[in-house]
Design a protein around this ligand. Sequence first.
Ligand code: ZN
Ligand code: ZN
Length: 202
Amino acid sequence: MVCGQVCPQCGIEDAVPVVRGLPDSALAQAADRGLVVLAGCVVFEDRGAFHCRGCAHEWGSADDPTTDEQHLADLLGVSYDSVVRAIGTGWRRVGTDLAAVTWFLSGEPPQVAVGVAAGMLTLAPVSAVEDLSAAWEAGRSFTRDDVLCSPEWLAEAADEFARARRRTFRWCGRCRRPFAPEDFAGYRGTCVPCAERAGGTR
Ligand SMILES: [Zn+2]
Ligand SMILES: [Zn+2]
């Protein structure tokens, strides 16, 4: 399992890295037809970097950063590989910069925020992107050197924030996906989109 890698689709943390390059093409074809399962992780080219053992979703790529992910690495002045090693993939830039800090979120629903400014990286609760006090109170800052030399410190901190956030998620029994509390229609016991569909407003 890859620590700190939370499935952006189902929200559980049970991901395995996608290992590229199968030894044998017959085996690969068999896997493609669903005839074999290779350690819970069926691998072909152009797949994500991580595979969820819970729902089989794949995401992220350590070789092919999105524009936002490359921007994060550039702001920090490190290679994208170093970013992936410390805080994983799936980062997207959010909103406007707050107090000269550029914010990114990861996860769906979002689970961790990261703010970058002046060669420092701050891991923080998701609420930090709209409310700086959350970043000051709970955020944990790291230097560029930490990112390069002690990526495990960042992975651990990111994991803590993600776990705390996931504890607030509620499961929609209708569409079978996790939702953040603000997207959950508590009175109906489903997510807001499902509640709206059921109510015929869409
Ligand atoms: Zn999943
Ligand atoms: Zn739903």
